[in-house]
Write a protein that binds this ligand. Structure first.
Ligand code: ADP
Ligand code: MG
Length: 551
């Protein structure tokens, strides 16, 4: 049985072995199939990875090209530097400005030609992660730059600083120019005393107004305020002047003549100013008023100046009048006094003269003191002449106009003073340029005028000198000029010369000569002027109305 059993066994074994190998093959095949699938998947993944990488690479190339393009297109300077101040990158414009590609060099040397780190360096803040924006004027080229400094992080953890720099010199220059022109404008505005306004008229009524920028300087109100308040132009008028302003505007709207109007305004700050409003109306083709433009000018200063001038003129006129009145009243009382004295003196004088005449008649012709008698007689005559003059002062003057030939009065006075002048070593020069001129004054008065002037001239030349009398015609007046080479008149005396009793001659003087002369000349519508330089002499000019020669 054993053998039989073992064949069976073998068969079983063989069958079992066969089954095993089939199983193994199947397993193998399964593994191969799995592996193949795995490999395919891996292959696919690889391919996908390759594609992805290719894409990334392309994208990277694109990005870097884009960045490059951006960097080069940037209209400014860019550089990158490391933490230890080494330049790592410069864009083309930066290279151009520096003159070379300075990668590897120190930034402060490259950029600002400095030997040490710039005092304004912001690296510390940038490397702490901050972005710093600032402006600087480079000492290298004096130009202004706007700089943005930011940190950039490298994949290996290093940090660099990127600087993007824009040249803002033009902007700075125009900013300064703008600031200056603004200041100039403000200054100009402050000095503006005029502005222009425009009024549109519709249906005979003002519809819209517009005020020029100068209005603020003149009124204190801005153009917008005038636009917002349509009646501000009237509200700002000084209340008392409003009726005139309204009437003026209404006349304009009716097409009346456009005349300037001066009125007051109350400025926004409360100050009252004078303005002159000069309107210019506009008409359409049919002659209808469409509006008017106007100029408003601050005339306060001018008004003030005019008022001041008027005030001054009034004051001087008043002062002059007062002085004239004073002089007239002094002369009048003096005249009364003089007339009284003259009257008293006149009678004994007449007596003296007639007694003298009687004595002379009874004296023998060879009486040895005849000359002395003549002197006494002449003295009495002189006193009588003086007394007559004093009587004239107190008398009411005749109103009829007498006439005197100037050359005759001059000849007469020359005759009277001839010897006295000679004694004083005074040379008399007489120039009759218009010998026939006649003035409206009595002969005796003109003689007295000349006598007073000549005697004063003589007194002014104690050491002798030249006395010149010129007589000429000046339009409808005769001009008599008496000049001497004497001591002259002190400036402080000039205004007092014509005052009665003003004299610098002490007891020898009366101070009446010039005041009488002035009164005589004025009474005939004439005037006297005086000019003098101390030490050189004095010149008196008398102007008198002439009597026109009869044809
Ligand atoms: P009086 O001759 O009596 O002093 P007047 O009225 O004639 O009075 O003159 C007033 C003053 O004017 C004089 O005292 C003198 O100071 C001054 N004066 C007048 N004429 C002259 C002159 N030609 N030169 C200098 N001073 C003069
Ligand atoms: Mg005198």
């Amino acid at each position: 049985m054993e053998n039989g059993g073992s064949a069976l066994e073998n068969e079983r074994e063989r069958r079992e072995a066969g089954a095993r190998s089939a199983e193994e093959r199947a397993a193998l095949e399964r593994r191969v199939a799995e592996r193949t699938a795995e490999l395919r998947a891996a292959n696919e993944r690889l391919e996908a990875e390759i594609v992805r990488r290719r894409n990334v690479e392309a994208a990277l190339r694109e990005t870097s090209a884009r960045y490059q393009a951006i960097v080069e297109a940037y209209d400014g300077l860019i550089y990158i530097c490391s933490q230890d101040f080494r330049v790592e990158f410069m864009n083309a414009r930066m290279i151009e400005r520096t003159g070379r590609n300075a990668v590897g060099e120190l930034c402060y040397r490259t950029l600002h030609n400095r030997e040490e780190v710039c005092p304004w360096c912001v690296n510390e803040r940038v490397f702490r992660g901050e972005t710093v924006r600032w402006e600087v004027q480079s000492p290298l080229d004096q130009r202004w730059y706007y700089i943005v400094n930011s940190p950039i992080r490298h994949p290996d953890g290093r940090i660099s600083k990127i600087a993007m720099i824009t040249d803002i010199t033009e902007r700075k220059v125009s900013e300064t120019a703008l600031r200056e022109s603004e200041q100039r404008y403000r200054r100009l505005l402050a000095s503006v005393t005029d502005y222009v306004y425009t009024v549109e008229v519709r249906d005979g009524r003002p519809a819209a107004t517009q005020h020029g920028p100068g209005c603020e300087a003149v009124t204190g109100y801005r153009p917008e305020e005038f636009s917002e308040r349509p009646y501000l132009w009237l509200d700002m008028v000084y209340p008392e002047d409003r009726p005139a302003v309204i009437a003026h505007a209404e006349a304009l709207l009716r097409g009346g003549p456009a005349e300037p109007l001066d009125h007051r305004i109350v400025r926004k700050d409360g100050a009252v100013r004078w303005v002159r409003n000069t309107p210019a109306p506009r008409f359409d083709a049919h002659g209808r008023l469409t509006g008017y433009d106007g100029l408003v000018k601050d005339v306060t200063e001018r008004k003030k100046a005019i008022e001041e001038r008027i005030r001054l003129e009034r004051e001087t006129a008043e002062a002059r009048e007062r002085a004239a009145l004073e002089r007239a009243s002094r002369l009048a009382s003096l005249g009364q006094l003089a007339a009284g004295v003259a009257h008293e003196v006149n009678n004994p004088l007449q007596g003296m003269l007639s007694h003298l005449e009687a004595i002379r008649r009874e004296l023998p012709p060879d009486f040895p003191r005849q000359e002395s008698l003549k002197m006494v007689e002449r003295g009495i005559e002189t006193i009588r002449a003086l007394v007559h003059r004093l009587l004239w002062l107190g008398a009411a003057h005749p109103s009829e106009t007498p006439v005197c030939r100037v050359s005759e009065a001059v000849a007469f006075v020359r005759e009277l003073l001839h010897s006295s002048m000679e004694r004083s070593r005074i040379r008399l020069h007489i120039e009759l340029r218009s010998p026939n001129v006649e003035v409206r004054m009595a002969h005796g008065d003109l003689t007295q005028v000349l006598m007073n002037l000549l005697m004063n001239a003589r007194d002014a030349m104690p050491e002798g000198g030249d006395l010149r009398i010129v007589c000429e015609r000046e339009g409808d007046r005769a001009l008599l000029t008496v000049s001497d080479t004497g001591v002259g008149i002190a400036p402080e005396h000039m205004t007092r010369l014509f005052e009665p009793f003003f004299t610098t001659k002490g007891a020898r003087g009366t101070g009446l000569g010039l005041s009488v002369t002035d009164a005589l000349v004025r009474a005939r519508g004439g005037e006297i002027e005086v000019e003098s330089e101390i030490g050189k002499g004095a010149t008196f000019r008398v102007r008198l109305p002439i009597r026109e020669e009869k044809p």
